[in-house]
Design a protein around this ligand. Structure first.
Ligand SMILES: CC(C)=CCC/C(C)=C/COP(=O)(O)OP(=O)(O)O
Ligand SMILES: [Mg+2]
Length: 628
């Protein structure tokens, strides 16, 4: 009999918190908990604030944790009777079936690729001509061109040129946008520069305020200007009251304009879409689909840009379909859908999520690694949140901390494959990174996986002990279990040469922008999933924590949490202003991850239960070609 008696201390990346997980005794075929070092009775000296918190009563739903028959897959686990209490909620099957398993390249792809290559150079020239000019008229056209390129989803071809062009604009107009008093142009200048991380003052908008401090009512006649100001105001940081006011003012008046029966139909659509979701929160790839259809209706549209955007979209879509088909085959071979049926089969939705982080062809390799580990993440989340018993989860967490194939024997049968996959995926990536001299990166992502399971285990413990954390305690743990730190670190693996060891160290400390993105995900997810989760048995969410702490109603709690989401966006905006702690382009996955939540979790849990809107998003990215 092999005996392993061990303490594990959970070290949070930067807070240096420590607490024991458990004491184990294992045999190769069976494993059980010999003694559990309870948080309340076995505190080591340096404890997490979580451990010192008072335990309060948690209103567990009567429907929670139903004792049920174990499926055959776990029959051979030796565990105590109480360990066998598990949730058995099975997820709805994927709505996509085998639709994405194969992919045939469209016949006209070769031609589309040719169009892209030809038009790319034409657009590049135009960009360079405008960027090298000293005339303010050309500069006006330059920022309009950059805006269109970004919205059409083709700016990734010209990242260096756009960076240089905006640098140039910043040097000339860092304080004030030319003599042009046109609100649409000022707003565009402001938004583009802020989006690119240039710290320009919002004071310029004071010109549009009367002596009582209100925005001039005359602006209401300038719908395009108001639309521009509305989009610009979403670049606000904490304390920018002027932009808070601008947002309220434009929201109110744009809604009135859109209701006017004489409003131009295209303008009405643009306003309605903007009010539904501001540009700052839109996913670039979805924006490309939307904007191609809007732009072609604009009288002033440029035919070359439109053609280029359409062909490029279709070329990239075909590449995405190839990636997805590869992943579908991998997933089918693993057969986890049948082996562990409690897991949500949300392959396509995960792919959508990853495309939200980056869609560009150059990230294909990293995207595939990220994709596989994120699919694994859903398996992990459902194991912790749904199927695994507390004791099994402790064993699993321990095995992840040890990260060794020798741990396989201590795991319950159904967990073996999950664990094996974890090791395989990282092994595979490590080998590929070694060739590029970047193997060190794997160490950091492994550490974040360990941290993630430790925090998942804290939540499992809260549930088991019916413990109600304070909102602050909850945020501390749940920003990690949002999985965004884990995902952001992975999005950097093999990404490009800007990535250094410091990049990974940076993510691991959850700097403000990472924390903000993670909490946006956590809060938006909580608002739409907390009811269903509480019914099936889940640790308290931010909604329950806040309600318990303040006596607020559920509606009030949701409003409070939603307000926090807006505050976190202000943090993202502030933290993306230069000088940034890591190179500005590396912040894009962090920002995009926050954007994904505004699509997935705005009205319901679009990830778990793909509704009409999500289906339409996924189809527009992966099924329907762009047409003009
Ligand atoms: C690409 C990414 C980031 C994938 C993550 C998938 C995932 C775990 C979603 C949240 O599920 P949930 O609603 O069950 O979350 P939680 O259990 O944290 O509430
Ligand atoms: Mg979950």
């Amino acid at each position: 009999m092999v005996c392993i008696s061990d303490f594990f201390f959970c070290l949070h990346a930067h807070q240096q918190l420590a607490f024991p997980i458990f004491l184990l005794e294992c045999t190769p075929s069976a494993c059980y908990i010999r003694a559990s070092l309870d948080f309340k009775t076995s505190k080591p000296k340096s404890l997490s604030p979580l451990e010192d918190s008072k335990m309060s009563t948690f209103p567990a739903s009567s429907a929670s944790l139903s004792s049920s028959l174990l499926p055959p897959v776990v029959d051979d686990i030796s565990c105590t009777k109480q360990d066998a209490i598990r949730n058995t909620v099975n997820a709805n099957p994927s709505i996509w079936g085998d639709q994405f398993l194969t992919h045939d390249e469209p016949e006209d792809l070769v031609m589309e690729k040719q169009v892209v290559e030809e038009l790319k150079e034409e657009v590049r020239k135009e960009l360079m001509i405008k960027a090298s000019s000293n005339e303010s008229m050309q500069h006006r056209k330059l920022i309009q061109l950059i805006d269109v390129l970004q919205r059409l989803g083709i700016s990734y071809h010209f990242e260096e040129e756009i960076e240089e062009a905006l640098q140039h604009i910043y040097v000339i107009y860092g304080e004030k946008w030319s003599d042009d008093n046109n609100l649409q142009n000022i707003s565009l200048w402001f938004r583009l520069l802020r989006q690119q991380g240039f710290n320009i003052s919002s004071g310029i908008f004071k010109n549009h305020i009367d002596n009582k401090g209100n925005f001039n009512e005359s602006l209401c006649d300038d719908a395009e200007g108001m639309l521009g100001l509305y989009e610009a105001s979403y670049m606000r940081v904490e304390g920018e009251e002027l932009l808070d006011d601008a947002l309220e003012f434009t929201k109110t008046h744009l809604a009135i304009i859109a209701m006017d029966p004489f409003c131009d139909p295209l303008l009405r659509i643009k306003i309605q879409q903007a009010l539904k979701q501001p540009l700052r929160k839109r996913l670039p790839r979805l924006e490309a689909v939307r904007y191609i259809s809007i732009y072609r209706q604009e009288a002033s549209h440029n035919e070359v840009l439109l053609k280029f955007a359409k062909s490029d979209f279709n070329v990239v879509q075909s590449m995405h379909r190839k990636e997805l088909s590869e992943i579908c085959k991998w997933w089918k071979d693993l057969d986890l859908k049948n082996k562990i049926p409690y897991v949500r089969d949300r392959l396509v939705e995960v792919y959508f999520w990853i495309l939200g982080i980056y869609f560009e062809p150059r990230h294909s390799h990293t995207r595939m690694f990220l994709l596989k580990t994120c699919i694994w993440l859903v398996v992990l989340d459902d194991t912790f949140d749904n199927y695994g018993t507390h004791e099994e989860l402790k064993i699993f967490t321990d095995a992840v901390q040890r990260w060794s194939i020798s741990c396989l024997d201590m795991l319950p049968e159904y967990m073996k494959q999950i664990y094996q996959q974890l090791l395989n995926l990282h092994q595979e990536m490590e080998e590929s990174l070694k060739k590029e001299g970047k193997a060190y990166q794997i160490h950091y992502v492994k550490e974040m996986a360990k941290e993630l399971t430790r925090n998942f285990l804290v939540e499992a413990k809260w549930l088991k002990e019916k413990y109600m954390p304070t909102l602050e305690e909850y945020m501390f743990v749940s920003m990690v279990t949002s999985t965004y730190g884990f995902v952001i670190a992975r999005s950097y693996v093999g990404m490009n040469d800007m990535i250094t060891e410091d990049t990974f160290k940076w993510v691991a400390t959850y700097p403000p922008i990472v924390k903000a993105s993670a909490l946006i995900c956590r809060f938006m997810n909580d608002i739409v999933t907390h009811k269903e989760e509480q019914e099936r048995g889940h640790c308290a969410s931010s909604i329950e924590c806040y309600q318990t702490e303040t006596g607020a109603t559920e509606k009030e709690a949701c409003e409070f949490i939603l307000k926090k989401v807006e505050d976190k966006w202000k943090v993202i905006n502030r933290e993306s202003l230069r000088p940034t702690q890591i190179p500005f382009p590396l912040l894009m996955p962090v920002i995009n991850l926050a954007r994904v939540c505004d699509v997935l979790y705005k009205h319901n849990d679009g990830f778990t239960h793909s509704g009409k809107e999500m289906i339409s998003h996924i189809e527009s990215l992966l099924v329907q070609p762009a047409v003009i």
